[in-house]
Ligand binder design. Structure first.
Ligand SMILES: Cc1cc2nc3c(=O)[nH]c(=O)nc-3n(C[C@H](O)[C@H](O)[C@H](O)COP(=O)(O)OP(=O)(O)OC[C@H]3O[C@@H](n4cnc5c(N)ncnc54)[C@H](O)[C@@H]3O)c2cc1C
Length: 321
């Protein structure tokens, strides 16, 4: 391997950058090297000191009005330039809709490898990054390492805990980088029509699957979620087939990590379970005692959700009064 140095993190998503700084700090300390955050955008200089508080030794800041919105070519050009100039050893990129293709294109330009969606990261005695990612529909974990540098990996949201901010010293280096003229033009921007519920942030989640018979019966879950101070979510068929919700939980949907996850009328196939396995406590309500959800549930209720949910809500209400 060449003499590349330092661990870098970059994401256009602020919270994800902070989560990666936590992991990046651990890797950098192990490698006895610097941790650098890349900050790109317009009027973002105030964020730089925050990134230092969260663990960065150095922030490369590229602040330019032309970078107000994410533009693949422009951002790619900047990251490529920086990586060619300062040659990091490890480059972690947030696994967002923008970040995934960005990482793949950057790795291609740098003639190096890219491991997507690493839920775990470590380094071995040869300073090689090892990424672990869920594969085969959630049935296996692949451990992948690198033969070239920089070692580019993408990191999904909530794979790593946010570190605690500290009073620290660091260097903010403002770079005057030429912004590549984009080859595409954004004609219109409009917000995606999604539910106002952010299931990934919820601490208590009450979720339904095909066991729910009618759309109006969502009220049963909403009432229980209200008592818990939580949110309602669902399995994929309730979005794709029934169109009762706009977002689902699972391998191809949102990955959640609540304190309490309640699966009501959800069978618990692997594609769903891949999105909930990091929940602290899983409670399953299912009328089929053989349902696979019971294999991963901490508490299971074999019963009809139409009877169990109202009874549970009343009991909780009494308890919390
Ligand atoms: C590539 C791919 C990606 C996928 N990604 C996802 C994903 O991200 N998330 C996801 O959820 N799915 C995903 N799926 C779909 C997945 O394979 C399952 O089809 C889906 O998760 C099943 O949803 P369900 O558990 O709600 O329905 P079912 O499997 O039909 O289960 C319904 C359950 O409800 C129980 N039930 C019925 N009535 C009651 C009642 N009155 N009271 C209590 N229990 C009752 C039944 O016993 C049954 O166990 C994916 C599929 C593919 C092919």
């Amino acid at each position: 391997m060449t003499e590349n140095k330092g661990v870098w993190v970059y994401s256009e998503a602020h919270d994800l950058t902070i989560e990666m700084l936590g992991k990046g700090r651990e890797l950098a300390d192990k490698l006895q090297t610097e941790l650098t955050a890349i900050l790109i955008g317009n009027n973002v200089h105030d964020e730089a000191n925050e990134l230092i508080r969260y663990g960065a030794d150095k922030v490369y800041l590229v602040d330019n009005p032309a970078l107000e919105h994410f533009q693949a070519e422009a951002y790619l050009g900047i990251l490529h330039n920086l990586a060619m100039t300062y040659r990091p050893e490890i480059l972690l990129i947030g696994s967002t809709r923008n970040g995934k293709p960005l990482a793949a294109r950057l790795a291609t330009r740098l003639d190096t490898g890219c491991v997507p969606d690493c839920a775990r990261l470590s380094v071995d005695e040869n300073r090689r990054l090892i990424g672990e990612r869920i594969t085969y529909g959630g049935n296996a974990v692949a451990k992948v390492t690198f033969k070239s540098q920089p070692q580019v990996a993408t990191v999904p949201a909530r794979a790593f805990e946010k570190p605690t901010p500290q009073t620290r010293n660091g260097q903010v280096i403002k770079l005057d980088v030429k912004v590549e003229e984009p080859k595409t033009q954004v004609v219109e921007r409009k917000p995606l029509e999604t539910s106002s519920v952010n299931v990934e942030e919820a601490e208590y989640l009450v979720c339904c699957g095909r066991g729910l018979e009618k759309k109006d019966d969502k009220a049963l879950l909403e009432e229980l979620a209200n008592v818990l101070g939580g949110q309602v979510g669902c399995s994929r068929p309730l979005v794709e087939d029934r169109k009762w919700f706009t977002e689902w939980i699972g391998l191809s949907g949102h990955k959640v990590k609540p304190k309490l996850y309640m699966a009501c009328g959800i069978s618990g196939v692997i594609q769903h379970v891949a999105g909930i396995r990091d929940s602290k406590i899983i409670v399953a309500i299912n009328k089929d005692p053989e349902a696979p959800i019971f294999e991963i549930a901490d508490y299971g209720v074999v019963g009809n959700l139409y009877e169990v949910l109202p009874a549970l809500k009343d009991a909780l209400k009494r308890q919390l009064q």
